[in-house]
Design a binder for this molecule. Sequence first.
Ligand code: ADP
Ligand code: MG
Length: 356
Amino acid sequence: MQGSIAIRDVYKGYGTFTAIDHVSLDVNPGEFLTLLGPSGSGKTTLLNVLAGFIRPDAGSIKVDGVEFLTCPPHKRDIGMVFQNYALFPHMTVAENVAYPLRLRKVSGAERARRVKATLEMVQMDHLGERGIHQLSGGQRQRVALARAMVFEPKIMLMDEPLSALDKNLREHMQLELKRLHARLGMTTIYVTHDQKEALTLSHRIAVLNKGKLAQLDTPDALYERPSNRFVAGFIGESCFFAVEEGADAVTFQGRALKLPKGTALKVSQPRVLMVRPERLQWQVPSDTSAMNRIDAIARDVVYQGDSYHVGLVLSDGSELTARHQKGFREVPVPTPGSAVELWLHAEDTLLVAEGA
Ligand code: ADP
Ligand code: MG
């Protein structure tokens, strides 16, 4: 299959400001890869470099082994979808979708056939004659998608395409996109600042922070094994605690931590203990050999329907969040001010690099 992308050491600065800071990453043919990061982390800039709208100061991008940066934008075989649709307002739905085929001089009959097939794919074939202003936001986004897909590009670039839609429609479109991609299989680079959307859609996620690649991994690995505090804080919920690093043990609250198998000791980089609220256990384990104990005082308990959100404070003043599942009747919900002991499995006791 075609559509492999090799991004090497791409750098883009604006004056003294660095927008893309020596990013290298490989995208596999047919892969759905998401660039995830907070606003200003360089996602759109990197996508525009791929599209050919921005020239990087340094680096190389190869598509199927051929240098892409010297190829003019209109000759790059890519479809693009943006947040603000960018449809032609004076054209009908069908005319919008036909446009890329006209540019490529596809003949009338073949063009009509492909427009129809693509509109069917996004369930818009009954609205081909409508004007763009007669469509809802979700329908417009489908037209934009159809227009980007109609010439069957080997690469699809999407920049926050669903962010203007309301929550229900956005979640619906996420599932549609996922199905569509599974069916068509074009290499897709998708940009979002929404971690949940990234986890839902992607084969792999590249987390960007201040123009740097913070981690590139599968959704599962990013969540279970974030390599630094930035990634751990950006994906899912986490609390972080200072630990004492010794020659042969890492100590927390005066006890040596039991750590996941393979955790390195004596690393030069400063690390913190990371705790996911949902991994904390309230029941004293019958076997504590692979469990770490955390002592805390409950501060506030908030009812949230399926669980209680419990805010706790440790003896050094640091804060911890936990969830107390309802139906966990053996262990009563703590009252504010009471001392509690929580338990964390060694495999969930992660040390992550303090910096990004
Ligand atoms: P994101 O899409 O992740 O929100 P962008 O790629 O749009 O981020 O921008 C990354 C950073 O580069 C931002 O801080 C932005 O202000 C800066 N930037 C983008 N374009 C320009 C430009 N033309 N001139 C100066 N700074 C820019
Ligand atoms: Mg952006």
